[in-house]
Design a protein around this ligand. Structure first.
Ligand SMILES: Cc1ncc(COP(=O)(O)O)c(C=O)c1O
Length: 477
């Protein structure tokens, strides 16, 4: 568009905005197993109203907006309570899991600069199932990620392999509770012992599990130790905008020893303007997500979250059972909460995802990596729970309809000329591949299985280059 010449009425614009949603995934029907965290109409309405009420207030300056400061303090205190942080813990509210993780890595780097100045090139040791946000943080803050293979049968971090990867330049180790891809929980207690032994910081990525695992545990489900009470854990990320059912833009980074937080805070008064003191990445920030988070925690409370977890855990267990019953389908690892993934030796899972899309379901394809085959991820939210039986019926039919005719996704072999292209990728690799697929590179075919199978077979570093090029073109200008 060019810059709008004339003003338009709010009614006209709101109608236009509503219309834009038409092509988005139809999450409100409970048939999308990713992206959306919906605790029902009353909770949703409250979150929207609270968000709107504080949309304009600016968290940039807590002295001008004590309302926002107060809510943020409350939310962090509640999170510390839930994560058993004890009296010395402190934290900050951030805009999401990625920001919490960015800050954790920056804190670790700046802490090392202060207390271990001999380290020239700091390293963070990560299981290969760690969320990409850590790799982003390492890239942003010039820290070396040292990637450690996971146990190929459980897909959980292997403590001995993690310990073997520690060097004199290691500043922090990482574990996930759970990691998003397969929903499996790393052995946090054992990793904590290693952190203590080597005097390292230890981040537990509880972004997706933080507002779920404590409730699942209270309900009697078998959940291994994961929180700030585990010896050796020094910091932990927890997202309210996932199973906390807050508005998007709400997460927390918590430190067991609150003094660590000082390495996170940035101040700059050496200019002509107003003084900057930012605890987080954002400077100007809407009070909306903070207010919405505060409101939903109070609205649902312990009883409300227990009820949501009771329902979603039952649905996820039924789903796991049902999947295990479908010939050719295999659930990966031992998922402990309402997230799981399945692979297949007989069916092309990427094609299956498209078949299910045609039946009105959205399930998330994931590329194979290291010991893990290509697979489909399912996050079972409260909105999905009533649809699990219908989903299983459709999936069983879709698997049967596909039969064993398609090659398994991990069996796809690339022709030799393509393999040569990936070994020494030319600058116009994206265009070459796009023309082979018959697209200009920004529009996608209605079925994505061809592209997903191709991408699955491409080495990750080359794949990342292609993805950057795709997004660069998609956003156009
Ligand atoms: C374990 C884990 N860590 C980090 C993130 C990143 O969170 P966000 O998308 O809020 O930045 C996610 C997102 O799903 C996650 O599951």
């Amino acid at each position: 568009m060019s810059f709008p010449a004339e003003g338009r009425s709010p009614a006209d614009l709101l109608a236009a905005l509503e219309q834009k949603k038409a092509r988005d995934v139809p999450w409100a029907k409970g048939r999308v197993f990713a992206y959306i965290y919906d605790a029902g109409p009353e909770a949703m309405q409250l979150v929207k109203a609270a968000n709107a009420l504080f949309l304009t207030e600016n968290g940039l300056d807590p002295t001008s907006f004590p309302s926002v400061l107060e809510m943020e303090r409350d939310v962090i205190a509640a999170a510390i309570d839930l994560m058993n942080g004890g009296p010395g813990a402190k934290g900050s509210m951030t805009s999401g899991g990625t920001e919490s993780i960015l800050l954790s890595v920056k804190t670790a780097r700046d802490h090392a600069r202060a207390v271990r100045p001999e380290i020239q090139k700091p390293e963070v040791v990560l299981p290969e199932t760690t969320h990409p946000a850590f790799f982003k943080a390492c890239a942003y803050f010039d820290v070396k990620p040292v990637v450690v293979p996971v146990d190929p049968s459980t897909f959980c971090a292997s403590p001995s392999a993690m310990e073997a990867a520690i060097t004199p330049d290691t500043i922090m180790i990482v574990g996930s509770a759970p990691s998003y891809a397969l929903g499996v929980i790393d052995p946090i207690r054992e990793l904590g012992e290693i952190a203590l032994k080597h005097k390292l910081l230890f981040h537990v990525d509880c972004c997706v599990g933080g507002m779920y695992l404590p409730f699942a545990r209270r309900l009697g489900h078998e959940i291994p130790d994961f929180d700030l009470s585990v010896p050796g854990v020094t910091q932990l990320s927890l997202d309210f905008h996932k199973y906390g059912y807050a508005a998007k833009g709400a997460s927390a980074i918590l430190y067991k020893d609150g003094d660590l937080r000082k390495y996170q805070i940035f101040a700059w008064s050496g200019w002509i303007g107003y003084t900057i003191v930012n605890p987080t990445v954002q400077s100007s920030k809407s009070g909306g997500p903070i207010a919405a988070c505060w409101a939903i925690l109070h609205h649902l409370g312990m009883a409300g979250y227990l009820d949501l977890v009771r329902r979603t855990q039952a649905a996820a267990e039924r789903l796991r059972e049902g999947l295990a019953d479908i010939p050719g389908i295999e659930v990966l690892g031992e998922p402990r909460m309402n997230m799981l993934s399945f692979a297949s030796r007989t069916v092309d899972v990427f094609a299956l995802a498209e078949d299910m899309k045609e039946r009105g379901w959205y399930i998330q394809p994931q590329f194979g990596f290291s010991s893990c085959p290509p697979n489909i991820h399912l996050s079972v939210g409260a909105g999905n729970a009533p649809n699990v039986e219908a989903f299983l019926v459709d999936l069983r039919e879709a698997v049967a309809a596909r039969g064993a005719r398609e090659p398994a996704a991990d069996a796809v072999e690339l022709p030799a000329p393509l393999l040569a292209l990936f070994q020494d990728p030319p600058p116009d690799l994206f265009d070459k591949l796009a023309s082979m697929i018959g697209t200009d590179g920004t529009t996608m075919p209605s079925r994505m299985d061809g592209i997903n199978n191709l991408m699955n077979a491409i080495p990750p570093a080359v794949r990342d280059r292609l993805l950057v090029e795709y997004i660069h073109r998609l956003y156009a200008r």
